[in-house]
Ligand binder design. Structure first.
Ligand SMILES: Cc1cc2nc3c(=O)[nH]c(=O)nc-3n(C[C@H](O)[C@H](O)[C@H](O)COP(=O)(O)OP(=O)(O)OC[C@H]3O[C@@H](n4cnc5c(N)ncnc54)[C@H](O)[C@@H]3O)c2cc1C
Length: 382
């Protein structure tokens, strides 16, 4: 299929490389298998590390690729084509590592970032709590300073990828309950095998391979030297990479939504009913035309946002539009894809039911659709 190619030759080559790695090294079957068995993508993670792709956002002087937002979006579109859960496994480590790059002391970088760069460590980010999701700054998990350590007590929720081996959690905690909501928060760097901390995997509709956890903390002792940045800087640190995160997940949704259209199209050619391939029915032809139009729109919004970020422009509104439209498009086209595939679309081997489940998560995680609309409205002086 042809479409307006807005990529430079170099970006096109990068895109081809990413798709080749996805199709040859990772494969659609592997992604499906991990989802069905709720198994973390250890092998996929390691293979991407061998290709140097896990550390693509790390600056060159620290041993990474120093990639820009466009290259990262291209990568995520390719990694998301067989399901966005895999993008989440990669993304939580890649974004969270950026916190260490920006705010870590040389000692913290050596202790916590180096294993990730070497391919033995990974990261997760723990912002949400049962009563603090969209209103994340309402977090109440309390860290009380006691000499050379913090004693941390509370309950965190939805911490994706945190139960994987050798995972370091960057956790948003309240260090000053008397300060204004956003100013009393700090970030602690917490290994996932810390005593007095228990992780419980949640049986979610989607994000089954990466896994997402509740974290119970009951007086967990975290050394003061594990605080990232200053006390009270937590909100600034944790929201500092939201634009990059949202443009990346939007690109993952675009990749998956395109695959949903491609799979539905292939099925419509192959399946016959009433003596003809089902694509000949006008109602399905129009549905497929609408699906491709939505995906193209989501792709253009996503790369516009990435290009603006590359140019150093403020892209808050454009990133929110990309995240909003790409997530809703994935939800919509995967639902239509199931309709086109009929009963076959309900089976795991058809993949469409997984795209649909992941589409349902896409409009919630990383800022709900309602929050994206609120952000867009704010830029319109509404
Ligand atoms: C599978 C999964 C993985 C996740 N992974 C992580 C992770 O790794 N780390 C992490 O910290 N968090 C993670 N999250 C949490 C995620 O960011 C939150 O679920 C999300 O921010 C929404 O919060 P909530 O679920 O508490 O819903 P709520 O905030 O309670 O929202 C409920 C409803 O109210 C609406 N609403 C809320 N506020 C407003 C408003 N101001 N205006 C209009 N509507 C509003 C919402 O849009 C939604 O429709 C994950 C969530 C899921 C489901």
């Amino acid at each position: 299929m042809s479409f307006w190619n807005f990529l430079t030759e170099e970006q096109q080559q990068w895109k081809d490389t990413c798709h080749r790695v996805m199709d040859k090294e990772i494969t659609r079957e592997y992604i499906r298998e991990c989802d069905m068995n709720r198994e973390y993508y250890y092998e996929g993670f390691d293979k991407l590390h061998e290709q140097g792709m896990m550390t693509m956002l790390i600056p060159e002087e620290l041993g990474g690729m120093g990639a820009d937002a466009m290259s990262y979006a291209i990568f995520n579109e390719a990694m998301g084509k067989y399901g966005v859960d895999f993008v989440a496994t990669l993304g939580v480590s890649q974004f969270t590592a950026q916190n260490l790059v920006k705010y870590g002391t040389p000692e913290q970088q050596e202790k916590f970032l180096r294993p990730f760069i070497d391919g033995t460590g990974r990261f997760a980010v723990s912002i949400s709590e049962p009563h603090a999701g969209s209103d994340a700054a309402a977090a109440t998990t309390r860290a009380v300073k006691e000499g050379d350590h913090y004693s941390v007590t509370g309950l965190k929720q939805w911490c994706s990828g945190s139960s994987a081996k050798n995972c370091i959690i960057c956790m948003l905690v309240r260090t000053d309950p008397d300060a204004p909501k956003r100013e009393g928060l700090s970030i602690l760097i917490i290994p996932n095998d810390t005593p007095n901390m228990e992780l419980r995997k949640l049986k979610t509709l989607a994000r089954r391979g990466t896994g997402t956890n509740q974290i119970f903390l009951d007086g967990a002792k975290i050394p003061v030297e594990n605080r990232l940045g200053k006390e009270g800087q937590g909100w600034k640190i944790i929201t500092g990479h939201l634009e990059l995160e949202r443009v990346a997940v939007a690109a993952g949704y675009v990749g998956c939504a395109q695959q949903a259209v491609d799979d539905a199209l292939a099925y419509a050619h192959q399946r016959e009913a009433f003596g003809q391939p089902i694509f000949k029915f006008q109602t399905l032809r129009h549905m497929l035309a609408d699906m491709q139009t939505e995906v193209d729109a989501a792709r253009l919004l996503t790369y516009r946002a990435a290009a603006m970020m590359n140019a150093g422009q403020n892209a808050l509104r454009e990133v929110s539009m990309a995240k909003l439209h790409a997530s809703e498009t994935l939800q919509k086209v995967s639902r239509q894809g199931i309709q086109i595939m009929g009963g076959h679309g309900m089976l795991p081997e058809a993949d469409m039911e997984r795209y649909f489940r992941e589409g349902m998560q896409a409009t919630i995680g990383g800022g709900t659709s309602e929050i994206q609309r609120t952000l867009i409205a704010q830029t319109m002086r509404l």
